[in-house]
Design a protein. Structure first.
Lengths: 300, 300
């Protein structure tokens, strides 16, 4: 009999992933802190649970898609948490992007205290990839658990790779986010110089993007920047969160990453501009340059 | 009658470009400060001149491919320089990467004092592109001069674009080099974190390069870095030179480019490692990280 699935955390990413799982399986138990987010899934036949523990009671595979270390810890081990009702031989798949060290800690506690397996499986591909079921999944865990998770991964992503033991998925995601954020900086400073020097920005992009300067970022984000579209896509504040995770890991390894550190500072400044009326995508870094780095003070 | 061509500056790039021009035209006058560099071209029928002035006397279009502002100034206006023998209605095409402001200065002096036209036309594509005649040419100048230069560009490049008036070619190159150098930093810090964290670096690259982290750099340089091949290709010291030009231009515009500034510092430190036995390509930035930024002091 195939594993039953529960899905906890119905944010933009989580809801889309849960939707694809429901489509593939025909049944799904879900939980979200704000229950109204579950309404659409409920209308399509999902069972809405009152707590993570209730969701865990319904399933052998429990998927999480949450915002940070503490949210994952709380859902697993807090009041009404998953561990209160874990079934024999359960598997927890954590799609959240959190720190590799916390993933390893959670995995160890689940294995030792509850005989449950854990896979860290952060994704990339954004809200569009989540909706279309074309996410890239970077997994860490035991090969047998990865095999057991395969049908779940197939329902939500176009590719899933086992990068290594628990934590390796998060590490791979950290590497990915470092490369993405710095490549965004490459685009940003290039565009700024082109703009300020009075070049035709569109023509400049056309000239440089086919050569050694070329990147996914230049192909996909630069046209949005030029068109004045700075909204998410992928939130600037999530890039800041991911850079903090990556640099925290580098700190633990004694590895200086000066460019990533600078990017963390720049995203910190950018996010100080955000307010309820303006949401920045990670490609909105250029806004900071256009404002001459005058961020209007640090948030409380 | 079609313009006769002279080519001054037979470095790695210049010699390959001159070779393609000789092939296309059947005749070419050449000059190089070290005359032995002209031997191969001479054997194929090129006329080797004793000075820039002698080369200028032979041609209506004079191509330059030199290392910096001063070298161009000297070849044009110094002793035995091009201007001593400029023919009526000559066109000077400068393939060197120099500062946009110097290009504008040279163009103004040539027009005012010698009634000669000038196009700045820096290239990208490296030694391989120069040899294969597949360079990307970023030109600045008058449209009529650009048309006149077209057959020259076609002999050495796969694409030539007029970016704007004189200086716009250099500005476009500066934008290109900012984007390339920062994208190299993105690769470098990503690879370092992967290495130090114990990930399988080849597998990590395979996972991330198809998504938002993807770039020409990741596709073309990362495999060389992984294989331990840090030689040029494109010299680290030329990237440093180009970053200085780009940042000098940004300074003139009052534009802060903090990430490019950091890259300039990092390339300065990397180039302090170079010695006669070790030459670094611009993708060798990772060497600096592997040495923990201990550069062994600053050069004299």
């Amino acid at each position: 009999m195939s594993d039953r699935i529960a899905f906890i955390g119905l944010g933009i990413m989580g809801e889309a992933m849960a939707s694809n799982l429901l489509e593939a399986r025909g049944e799904l138990s879900v939980f979200n802190r704000s229950p109204e987010k579950a309404a659409k899934l409920e209308a399509r036949g999902a069972k809405v649970c009152a707590s993570p523990a209730e969701a865990a009671a319904d399933a052998e595979i429990i998927c999480l898609c949450l915002s940070n270390d503490n949210a994952v810890k709380d859902v697993l081990f807090g009041e009404g948490g998953v561990v209160q009702n874990l079934r024999y031989n359960s598997l927890i798949i954590d799609f959240s992007t959190i720190s590799p060290s916390m993933s390893r800690e959670f995995a160890a506690a689940l294995k030792h205290d509850y005989k449950a397996a854990f896979i860290d499986a952060p994704v990339s591909g954004g809200d569009i990839g989540a909706k279309q079921g074309t996410l890239t999944i970077m997994a860490g865990g035991d090969p047998s658990d990865f095999e057991r998770a395969r049908s779940v991964f197939e329902a939500i992503g176009k590719s899933a790779t086992l990068a290594g033991p628990v934590g390796a998925g998060q590490l791979t995601k950290a590497v990915n986010q470092i490369v993405v954020s710095i490549t965004v900086a490459a685009m940003t400073e290039g565009l700024m110089l082109a703009e300020k020097a009075g070049l035709d920005v569109v023509k400049t992009l056309e000239i440089i993007r086919g050569g050694a300067a070329g990147s996914w970022t230049l192909d996909n984000y630069a046209p949005r920047v030029v068109a004045g579209d700075l909204g998410p896509g992928f939130h600037a504040r999530n890039m800041l969160k991911d850079l903090r995770i990556a640099i925290g890991e580098a700190d633990d390894l004694g590895l200086p990453l000066p460019v990533s550190e600078l990017l963390k500072s720049l995203y910190t400044a950018l996010c100080a501009h955000e307010n309820p009326d303006v949401e920045f995508g990670n490609h909105a870094l250029i806004e900071l340059y256009r404002k001459g780095f005058m961020t209007g003070g640090v948030k409380d």
